[in-house]
Design a protein around this ligand. Structure first.
Ligand SMILES: NC(=O)c1ccc[n+]([C@@H]2O[C@H](COP(=O)([O-])OP(=O)(O)OC[C@H]3O[C@@H](n4cnc5c(N)ncnc54)[C@H](OP(=O)(O)O)[C@@H]3O)[C@@H](O)[C@H]2O)c1
Length: 254
């Protein structure tokens, strides 16, 4: 199978690249860090593409590099809301919203025509508790609120896409706490807890690959269990509004 993975240069995504390559799949993977990307390509035989996916222009360029059919798309690139002041991309979007949500929307929408029948799309997600998340899509949020809004947007997108594309296998997966570089700039107590209680990236990888390898009912998963989302009111209306907002953005950068 030809499988495309984002966030393949570190953590969960890198473990997914390793596992899939060991199982004989042809893996193309995307990340920012060239050194780590090239080292993993040499180790696994995968094809590394260097790109900053917080940029919609760069994401569009990445999507246009693919021409051959894709059997699975696994979107793991992302960050966490640890900064007290918001970071804004050169295109004017809050960085986490751009990386954790917009890049996944943009890449998957542009690659849809290449996805083979019954292909799977698996996207790393948050814990599904979004009752108090902001739904002001254009507003620049900071810290944890930024991550929460991006997580809600991603889960609403997956929900809507699964309705629109019933032949594809669309999933989000919340892996729980995983020992990765995600926490490397956090306070010492956080890093200690993650090191003591976090799962290995290889363990997290298995949650993603099982969604790729076998058919599963339901869109949202917590590890290997179906997950029920806690959504704000009028979620269907929100999902449609977000869909239109995101497509307008995509049209601007395509
Ligand atoms: N670890 C956990 O406990 C946990 C739990 C739930 C959800 N998640 C989510 O899982 C995702 C992956 O996290 P991780 O734990 O694997 O962290 P990680 O080790 O820091 O890996 C993050 C990956 O995303 C890539 N990435 C980040 N920003 C990017 C950008 N602008 N453009 C291209 N690639 C970008 C990184 O690329 P470079 O390294 O090359 O920059 C790296 O490959 C994140 O969205 C995180 O929120 C993690």
């Amino acid at each position: 199978m030809h499988i495309v993975v984002t966030g393949g240069t570190s953590g969960i995504g890198a473990a997914v690249v390793r596992e899939l390559s060991q199982n004989g799949h042809h893996v193309s993977f995307i990340g920012r860090n060239s050194e780590r990307g090239q080292a993993l390509a040499a180790e696994t035989g995968g094809h590394f593409i260097q790109a900053d996916l917080s940029s919609l222009r760069a994401t569009h360029q990445v999507a246009s590099q693919f021409q051959e059919p894709i059997d699975s798309l696994i979107l793991c690139a992302g960050g966490i809301g640890s900064k007290p002041t918001p970071l804004v991309t050169s295109e004017g979007f809050e960085t986490l919203f751009a990386t954790n949500y917009l890049s996944k929307f943009s890449l998957s929408q542009q690659l849809l025509p290449l996805l083979s029948a019954n292909a799977s799309l698996v996207m790393v997600s948050g814990n599904g508790r979004y009752k108090n998340a902001s739904t002001a899509w254009q507003r620049i949020e900071k810290g944890f609120r930024a991550a929460l809004k991006a997580g809600l947007a991603l889960d609403l997108y997956a929900r809507q896409l699964a309705k629109n594309q019933p032949t594809l296998r669309i999933h989000t997966c919340y892996p729980g706490m995983v020992r990765t570089n995600l926490f490397k700039h956090m306070a010492l107590p956080v890093r200690v807890v993650v090191n003591l209680f976090g799962q290995s990236p290889a363990q997290a990888s298995s949650y993603f690959t099982q969604l790729v390898n076998q058919p599963h009912e339901g869109v949202h998963w917590h590890k290997t269990t179906p997950m029920r989302l806690q959504l704000p009111p009028a979620a269907d209306d929100l999902a449609r509004e977000l869909w239109n907002y995101s497509h307008n953005i995509l049209a601007k950068y395509s």
